[in-house]
Structures are given as C-alpha cells and as structure tokens.
Design a protein around this ligand. Structure first.
Ligand code: SF4
Length: 81
C-alpha cells in the first residue's frame, strides 16, 4: 500500500499494509465483502489489470482496496462506507 493521500501518508499506509498482511484488526468476511461491493460500484475504483472483475485501487486516496477494506480503522475518503 502506498501512502494514502487522505489519511496520513506513507507511515499510515505502511502500518495498514502490515496489519492487513499480519491479520491484525481485521473486519469479518461479511463486512469486508460489503465494503468491496461498494467500492466495485464506485466511480473512484480502478480495476485490476490482470482481472477486470476485481477492484485494485481507490483513485480518491490511492490505497490498495484489498487491504484498505479489511482494516477496522480504515474509512472511505468519500464516506461511502
Ligand atoms: S474507498 Fe470509497 S471512494 Fe474509494 S473506491 Fe471505495 S467507495 Fe470509492
């Protein structure tokens, strides 16, 4: 995860990525799926190059959605979740 443009820069992004990879402070699978569905329908999401059915990044903040949507402390920069 690169630095989030809206929520704290490189340090915050690195901390979030580390927590996601370690499985720390994660939401339930249902809640993660719900967030990803909202992102999928959002005009700010960028689909993955290898799979256009998946969303990779958020254009509004620059975060990797796979990780951002998993973390309890994260929020949508446009207040959609
Ligand atoms: S985090 Fe928010 S603004 Fe970004 S893609 Fe998801 S719903 Fe859209």
């Amino acid at each position: 995860m690169s630095g989030c443009r809206n929520c704290g820069g490189v340090l915050q992004g690195t901390l979030g990525l580390t927590q996601s990879l370690l499985g720390v402070r994660l939401l339930s699978q249902g809640a993660i799926k719900q967030r990803l569905e909202i992102c999928r329908a959002c005009d700010q999401s960028v689909t993955c190059r290898h799979n256009d059915q998946q969303v990779c990044r958020c254009n509004a903040c620059g975060c990797w959605l796979k990780h951002k949507t998993r973390l309890r402390g994260e929020s949508c920069p446009q207040n959609r979740w």
